[in-house]
Design a protein around this ligand. Structure first.
Ligand code: NIG
Ligand code: FE
Length: 424
């Protein structure tokens, strides 16, 4: 299939973009892409590719932007219930971490999730995935973390594997057993840290090797924060995970600076995420490493806070910057990377080009898939968006409506206007 007659083809070619390289879109005016089966075979101008492949079935991009699918590298998309009541409390002045300390917050979603069956969890998560897909996300990271006990955490993993299997969107799965101290261990938090490190992680490894033998091991993540896991506890869990061969991620500096980002860099984590209260020393550590700084601007927005990731400093320091939704029921229930881009431009003063690169090739690097997704280059998966607009800067500029017209995932075309059905 030849996708032709774009106004601008954003290739994002050349690999993940560090520091000031962020924003290199690799634009081909009137670009075209040749897709065969699930892969991209050739990229060029419409004239070139039409001449080289005259008999190819065609998909006319109609003078619109063609770009790689969004990669959302941080979501908590599987949970049961909702927390609309807590949103009202927060808008009334109560702090997020105080609601958590009082047994609400993450713990209230944990209670709802523990009582939900596998089928209920899948049924509640499926529409979120379809909405993400309709808004252009072709791969998303997805964390467990609302079980905080082995049986429920494994049920969440099972549900995520089933959703990955049935959905057009691909999932990169993360084990976040260390999302909060399990309620059973309220008086003995270190007991829960030991349980995660010494029991859950080894069990996870053998469970995964039995249930998902063809997939690489999932990421292991920790919420490194006051009232969650301190730096020593985060180190204990992540070090154990690393010994077992898991790739790592961390939630760091969402509310307080505990040094989690430096820990991530030291341990070779794929990413350090949130990064609102991050110090200059932490930014330097990230810049010297291959750990991607993942900013989640919808989280402060969702909490009505005014401090955001120091994105400019991260770029200046020459680190990798990526963007994600953090979609979750507590701090930010947003499924659209388009809204993340619009917010990142305004709150962190990124250009649309920088925000797009941070949502494609760099976010692919944050889940260590930049060799197969995140750009339009020969050999990569054919994960491609056709927008309904002729200029890429309309992303960021416009928000609140969907600018994606068609989503191509592994070479299959889904028309968003038609209600996410496969049309070719
Ligand atoms: O990334 N920080 C921890 N986890 C989520 C919030 C989860 C929740 O409140 O349910 C976050 O913001
Ligand atoms: Fe998160």
């Amino acid at each position: 299939m030849l996708i032709h007659s774009s106004s601008q083809l954003l290739t994002l070619a050349g690999g993940p973009q560090r520091g000031h390289a962020l924003g290199s879109l690799g634009i081909i005016e009137k670009g075209a892409v040749l897709v065969r089966d699930e892969k991209i075979l050739a990229v060029g101008t419409t004239d070139e590719l039409k001449a080289a492949y005259p008999d190819e079935p065609t998909l006319d991009a109609g003078g619109c932007v063609v770009m790689p699918g969004f990669v959302d590298p941080h979501t908590h998309l599987i949970w049961a219930g909702d927390r609309a009541n807590e949103f009202e409390m927060k808008m009334g002045g109560m702090a997020y971490l105080d609601i958590l300390a009082a047994g609400g917050g993450i713990i209230s979603t944990v209670k709802a999730t523990r009582t939900a069956s596998l089928e209920m969890l899948i049924a509640q998560t499926r529409p979120r995935i379809l909405r993400m897909f309709a808004h252009g996300t072709t791969t998303a990271e997805a964390k467990t973390g609302y079980g905080l006990q082995t049986a429920t955490e494994l049920r969440l993993l099972k549900a995520l594997l089933a959703l990955d299997d049935e959905s057009p969107l691909d999932l990169a799965i993360t084990f976040l057993g260390a999302h909060a101290i399990a309620p059973e261990y309220k008086e003995n938090p270190q007991g829960y840290v030991d349980e995660v490190s010494n029991t859950m992680l080894p069990m996870l490894k053998s469970w995964w090797e039995t249930h998902a033998p063809r997939l690489p091991l999932p990421f292991v993540d920790v919420f490194c924060e006051n009232k969650a896991f301190d730096l020593a506890q985060s180190r204990q869990i992540l070090t154990k995970a690393k010994e077992l061969g898991f790739p790592l991620k961390i939630h760091a500096d969402e509310f307080d600076n505990l040094g989690g980002a430096s820990l991530a860099a030291e341990l070779g984590a794929a990413s350090a995420d949130h990064l609102v209260k991050t110090s200059d020393a932490d930014i330097l550590a990230l810049a010297k490493s291959d750990t991607v700084a993942v900013s989640l601007p919808c989280t402060p927005f969702g909490l009505a806070e005014c401090q955001y990731t120091p994105a400019k400093k991260i770029i200046e320091a020459d680190a990798f910057l990526a963007l994600a939704t953090d979609c979750n029921p507590g701090t930010t229930w947003n499924e659209s990377m388009q809204f993340v881009i619009a917010l990142a431009c305004r709150a962190m003063k990124l250009t649309p080009a920088q925000a797009i690169a941070a949502s494609t090739i760099n976010s692919a690097h944050a889940i260590r898939r930049a060799d197969s997704i995140g750009s339009i280059e020969a050999g990569k998966d054919a994960d491609i968006l056709i927008l309904s607009v002729p200029d890429y800067r309309q992303l960021g500029y416009r928000y609140g409506t969907n600018l994606v017209k068609q989503v191509i995932k592994r070479g299959r075309v889904y028309s968003v206007d038609m209600g996410y059905y496969r049309t070719a």
